[in-house]
Write a protein that binds this ligand. Structure first.
Ligand SMILES: Cc1ncc(COP(=O)(O)O)c(C=O)c1O
Length: 361
């Protein structure tokens, strides 16, 4: 038996978007704008930052393993009970706990192609067989996903809004899908971009339906601007949560992460400002792409995906933008080699991107 198991030897690790530092080292550019990782360009709420600083006096102590205060605040905010809430190191941290809690060796997971790669990496790192269903017109094909369920299917992963396409499936589509999923199959509803989509009446807020085999995941990494501190949360039936809490690393999230998240939840003005900015940015991107004759997917998140006729064209554009100091995300690793994804920025970052795009086109 090899020391490193075969499924780990062949595992392709998650590759994050290029960092500003990396590009500065490579090209020695004066100005660089990163629009590649769907982060909040406004930073984090100053109240969250203050709370983190204040919490530092306690970091010789271990964090509250129950995250009591944060989970209570989340329960109150979303009108559920403490026992229905889990918090951990980002929503990806919770996916990792889900895989460790529920997956048996001969069970399979089911997901779409053209979606968040984090789930794929976590499934493969556990040696789980993953069945993937192609997108249909750049949207989830929920009928095909339901048809692919077998006796071995244990977990279905759905991101809504989806990353990297940015689009959603509707209440009607979600309810139609749910009917076809047996109750012993767990559905992960990854709603990392919930805050950007929640006001659309056709968007299904999955936790509203109180389904026993659905776990809803959300995060402080996107709208709340706290990606660097790693805190995410999940809602589910108390039996699921009780068992997840047994497996979760006891001391995640950290003391500063719990403090930041509690304060961030109180600062609704910060979120509202960012949502407004993002909506404005999306519309200015759409107008620009229309004028330039570029094909794109309308988004319910903080990014837009552009579709090109070939991978070569997409990669060339992304490379040319890099040389202008704009980092965008080519989507080859997401299974969409002819696409690139652009995260919305601050007004001046958007303008810098627009100038660079016009130049390279
Ligand atoms: C759909 C989706 N889920 C989860 C994550 C990871 O979020 P977190 O930082 O909470 O782990 C991302 C980040 O890009 C994402 O796009």
């Amino acid at each position: 038996m090899p020391l490193v198991p075969q499924h780990i030897q062949s595992l392709e690790p998650y590759k994050a978007g290029k960092s500003i530092e990396e590009l500065r080292r490579e090209l020695n550019l004066k100005k660089i704008v990163k629009m590649a990782s769907n982060e909040n360009p406004m930073g984090a709420s100053p109240k969250a930052v203050q709370a983190m600083i204040k919490s530092l006096k306690d970091i010789n102590r271990y964090p509250d393993p129950a995250s009591f205060n944060l989970r209570s605040d989340l329960a109150e905010r979303f009108d559920i009970l403490l026992n229905n809430v889990i918090t951990a190191h980002g929503s990806e941290g919770i996916i990792s706990v889900i895989m460790r809690t529920f997956m048996l060796d001969d069970e399979e997971a089911l997901m779409s192609e053209g979606t968040f790669i984090g789930f794929k990496v976590l499934a493969h790192s556990r040696g789980t067989k993953l069945v993937t269903i192609p997108l249909k017109d750049y949207r989830y094909d929920l009928n095909a996903i339901a048809d692919a369920i077998t006796d071995k299917t244990k977990i279905i992963y759905l991101a809504n809004p989806n990353n990297p396409t940015g689009n959603i499936f509707t209440v009607k589509e979600f309810l139609g899908f749910i009917k076809k999923v047996p109750s012993h199959v767990l559905i992960i509803m990854d709603e990392a971009y919930f805050e950007f989509a929640q006001d659309d009446p056709v968007y299904p807020d999955s936790m509203k339906y109180r389904l026993d085999n659905v776990i809803t995941l959300r995060t402080f990494s996107k709208a709340y601007g706290l990606a660097g501190i790693r805190v995410g949360y999940g809602f589910a039936h108390e039996t699921l949560i009780k068992n997840l809490l047994k497996v979760k690393l006891p001391f995640e999230p950290s003391i500063p992460a719990q403090a930041a998240a509690i304060a961030a939840l109180q600062d609704q003005d910060f979120i509202d400002d960012y949502i407004r900015l993002n909506t404005h940015s999306l519309h200015s991107f759409y107008d620009l792409f229309d004028k330039l004759g570029l094909r794109f997917i309308k988004s319910h998140a903080n990014f837009v995906t552009l579709i090109f006729e070939s991978q070569q064209r997409a990669l060339k554009l992304s490379d040319d933008l890099l040389k202008q100091g704009v980092i965008v995300r080519p989507l080859t690793a997401f299974g969409l080699p002819n696409c690139i994804r652009v995260t919305t920025g601050l007004q001046e970052e958007n303008e810098f991107f627009v100038d660079a795009l016009k130049k390279v086109l």
